[in-house]
Design a protein around this ligand. Sequence first.
Ligand SMILES: C[S@@+](CC[C@H](N)C(=O)[O-])C[C@H]1O[C@@H](n2cnc3c(N)ncnc32)[C@H](O)[C@@H]1O
Length: 350
Amino acid sequence: MNARFSGKEIADFCHFLAREYGLCFAPTRYSFVENRIGPLLNAFCCQTPAELLHKAKTDLALRVELLNTLTTNETWFFRHPQHFLILKNHVLRELVEYKRKIDNKQLSIWSAGCSTGAETYSLLFAVLDCINPAEFNIQITGSDISSDALKTARIACYNKHDLRITGQEVLHKYFIEKPDDTWQIKQEILKYTKFELLNLLKSWPARTFDIIFCRNTMIYFDNASKTSLTQRFLSALNPGGYFFTSANETIHMNDDADLKKLFIENEIIYQRSSVKIEHQVLKFATPSDLLRALNLLQNHGFEYHLEKIHQAHNLAPTRAIYLNRRDIEKVKELFALNAIKLGNSGTAGQ
Ligand SMILES: C[S@@+](CC[C@H](N)C(=O)[O-])C[C@H]1O[C@@H](n2cnc3c(N)ncnc32)[C@H](O)[C@@H]1O
């Protein structure tokens, strides 16, 4: 069945897509939307486009189909190779050095709008080229709104087109060639990645990352959504963390934003202000010591933040407190008075 939308119907539909998913289609792209959603009328037993719109508000399966149909999942390995060079030659080097100093062996990266996974795995290869996974706990998370794209990402098998600019060395190091001319990523490195369904414009799980890539994804969003999304990416970065986006996606930030623009090898990369100098890391003997310490800091109005750390042993806390250096003596005194025990290495950091 060939759908024929009235101007108002297609405008209403696109308004719904923008509000719910941030997917913006200018009137010049209405025929694209019309062609893509026409076949869904039959599949979801709707007589009219208005009925489809009504059903999409409550029918989860229809929403999933809509998103799979309307998102553009174009991606390939090492897309914009300069970003991966900067990652290897500058960003990872600096992060590793800093994390060794503060004894934080957690490295977490987010590929937001990862599509079928090429970007997520390109990040993984860059990391494994520079970092020994026996030293750092590496976790690379890919997320997307399209369940079909994520299915492909989890299968981790790609064709020549996806790998068109991937060098032979990478292919042989990280893939196994299959008889049907496709390339499967080696099983043993998949454990460093995970994929999740996530609408960037809805709420996220509370967590932070050292590096966030969000490229060729915000182009779908209107200016207000881009501004609030960038602000939320900033909050999801660890202090000193890096944000990569595509050159054609202008960053929408408030002037007082805590995000520095770095110019590296003719590219603009963003970095959240670092706390290297002002903060000291406090590690605790047990989770209960950490909990009591948090209560005390809150009750006494001290400034602090929590960060994930490498767990020294099974019963050790998985987080440490980052405290402003000026407060360190007072806080240690307070902890001693309350018999709060610091971990073996006690304090670390610069
Ligand atoms: C063109 S691909 C970019 C893939 C990869 N980042 C790259 O640069 O090659 C854009 C991806 O953004 C996803 N996307 C669009 N809107 C989204 C939203 N609201 N939340 C999460 N992902 C979204 C699409 O499903 C698509 O897979």
